[in-house]
Design a protein around this ligand. Structure first.
Ligand code: BYC
Length: 311
């Protein structure tokens, strides 16, 4: 039996050699806690993320758009479930996590506290929000914890389809009437800055980044990923013929990156701490869904119990 120092050495060695940490392996308590925090917040984001888009299923402009949007929203539910399962392997129960979400103790991505006002918002969410998700989550396929890394592989494949459907919605609008193009520009104006906020606080103000990078939970910092996102989206906006709402956005030939303006961090923290445009609406919708689903959970448990008795 190894003592704590030996166990820590084995753990560090595995992380250094890119060998995945698996549920039964020894791990530092803070590694476990930090991962439960990140994975459960991620799972909650996927679940709450269904709400702003679900709002448009009945109003999608054609049968094709409706079918695609339903499939996308359903994918997000699946992502939430893989992620809750991955977190459960670390010793937290589904009930505990759901309780943390419904009582407002758990965080979920700030982006889902903004309203979807027009059909173009569904395009902007696919392009920008799923685009940011891919930027952040592709590196998580190489995260050090096995179940999380494996869950992310499928999630990322689906997110890339989501990103393309969003871009295609915007491209169609941008090639349409002046009113349609204006609607696309208006959606970009409202979703651009909240999308940049998805990457989290600047590295200097991010309490978890340094340790998460050492443990290879995160493979890039918040600012590194945000920069990549700005560089890619600025080029994509040119294809759409839309203007990114940032007067300071400018190519920096020395850095070979785009410079961009300062994020409104007061707004970010307000939304993160529960006071964004739709925080209470989102939580109320989740609480109602949970209450409405009570009889289904009870029926499923009663059925499972009956089967176990008969076996
Ligand atoms: N919103 O030290 P930091 C999706 C919190 S799902 C709210 O940098 P970390 C999608 C952070 O939790 C999108 N809170 O933290 C779904 C921490 O608070 P606590 C979600 C935020 O963890 C459906 C504090 O601020 N993606 O894309 O190292 C449809 C300090 O931050 C936010 C994931 O969850 C925020 N934006 O880095 C379409 C991916 N940012 O816990 C799309 C996995 C920060 O100390 N997660 N906070 O109270 C991650 O990669 C990292 O957790 C983050 C934050 C980059 C998000």
């Amino acid at each position: 039996m190894q003592d704590e120092t030996g166990l820590l050495e084995t753990f560090d060695d595995k992380v250094a050699k890119e060998i995945k940490i698996e549920p039964r392996d020894w791990m530092p308590e803070n590694y476990r806690k930090n991962l439960i925090r990140q994975i459960s917040q991620h799972a909650h984001s996927e679940i709450v993320g269904m709400l702003p888009e679900g709002n448009w299923i009945t109003r999608a402009p054609s049968l094709r758009r409706k079918a695609t949007l339903i499939a996308k929203v359903q994918d997000e539910a699946g992502h939430g479930l893989y992620l809750y399962s991955a977190a459960e392997t670390m010793g937290i129960t589904r009930e505990e996590m759901v309780d943390q979400l419904l009582t407002g103790k758990a965080k979920y991505s700030s982006i889902f506290n903004y309203p979807t006002l027009t059909w173009a918002d569904i395009g902007a969410i696919g392009w920008l929000v799923d685009g940011a998700a891919i930027m952040n989550q592709v590196p998580l396929c190489r995260t050090s914890y096995g179940p999380y890394a494996r869950a992310m592989i499928r999630v990322c494949k689906e997110e890339s389809f989501h990103q393309r459907q969003g871009f295609e919605i915007l491209l169609t609008l941008c090639r349409g009437s002046n009113e349609q193009k204006d609607m696309a520009q208006d959606a970009l104006n409202r979703w651009w800055w909240p999308s940049l906020m998805m990457f989290g606080p600047n590295d200097d103000n991010s309490p978890h980044t340094a340790q998460s990078m050492k443990w290879k939970i995160k493979r890039f910092t918040n600012d590194e990923l945000r920069q990549k996102f700005v560089d890619i989206c600025t080029e994509q906006a040119k294809i759409l013929g839309l203007t990114i709402p940032d007067p300071e956005l400018k190519w920096n030939d020395e850095k070979k990156h785009y410079d961009f303006g300062e994020i409104n961090w007061d707004e970010f923290w307000k939304v993160v701490n529960g006071d964004g445009p739709c925080n209470s609406e989102r939580l109320a919708a989740r609480v109602k869904a949970h209450e409405d689903g009570k009889w289904v959970r009870e029926a499923a448990s009663a059925y499972a119990e009956k089967r176990n008795r008969n076996n």
